[in-house]
Design a protein around this ligand. Sequence first.
Ligand code: PLP
Length: 411
Amino acid sequence: MWVRKRLDIGWSDLAFGLTRTALSASEMAVRGRLEQRFSPAGDALACLSVRSGFDLLLAALDLPIGSEVLLSAVTIPDMARIVRQHGLVPVPVDLDPATMAPSAESVRLSLTPAARMLVVAHLFGSRVPLEPLLASAQACGLLVVEDCAQAFDGRYFGHSAADAGMFSFGPIKTATALGGGIICVRDSELRERMRMRQAAWPIQGRREYLARLGRCAALKLASCRPVLRTWMKACDLTGRDFDQMANATTRGFAGPDFFDRVRRRPSTPLLAMMERRLRKFDSWRVAARAAAGRQLAQLLSGRVLCPAAQTDGHSYWVFPILVANPSEVIAELRREGFDATQGASMCVVPPPPAQPILRASLAELTLPGIVYLPLYPEMPPKALQKMANVVLRTSQAVAPLRESAGVSVGP
Ligand SMILES: *Cc1c(COP(=O)(O)O)cnc(C)c1O
């Protein structure tokens, strides 16, 4: 079985983390080295997660209550939750299913006089071209924030004209440190306000980080192919949902005390791990993954809609396809040894209750039909070809999108 996702961290990284939880080091020195490495210009602020950094940004900005924050319509639900927590109103910006990018036109359609910020998410590892959006958004007085949580490739550190960029080292992200995030903020005064606010937050415990290292090691073992096969069989036999179990293992900050858990600063071992992942960034791995992604996209080209595929700068963090019969495709892929999944981590940002007209209808049509195919450098071309054949044989095109998105699907 080709597991859906491999955690992008090696045994030597885990061993390094282990030694770092045992040693004591100066938080300030490690933080300084990390931030300097990420942004020699001095824009970076290291946080416990992207969500922590975004929360700091909104707190420090202190926008008028009721201001609107335009969000790429597809993102993780916590981003909208954080916006609401600050008394602000999340408004979705619809996406083109072919590129998963918002157009200048969709930004214009979501824009009201109360809008103050636009958050653009680079989804699936792709890179949304920002130029067409920056000029018009900034002309309307919007702050532009890039969510690069899925797009980190060791080379792109954010657009110089954006007001802020956010990068995640969370468990399922590229070059993970099993947590951690970096937010780059151009305005130094704003950044220092965020820094001071964060300094007053409690620190993540070393023991908690140690537990993360342990869970990750267990998950890495479990994703060896023979172990996984046994685990999935055991789930089948005991009637448990393998999908739910796998997702629960990588979820952070679950539970009712969400904001207490997000509003902490990263432990020193976590800061050291982020610094190590940057210093030893494996560009070969990302390049090989991108090459596999391009190859798979080529195999499906013109017959199956692959959102965001074949766009410039795409590193294929994940490889989604859009089909009308997702459960059928997933079942068939499983039978053939490919652990595809619908993924439960992202949602479509709902429109403000008072303005249902602002709903992101294309995104709402798209997300339920998305299936993530397993894809990583270890998969040989033969496995990609076999997976593509299963998809070609079982998938049905999503009909209503043909007209609305103007994309060609199927012969
Ligand atoms: C993972 C992710 C985040 C959150 O990152 P954390 O560092 O886990 O808080 C935010 N936005 C998107 C689009 C993501 O994929």
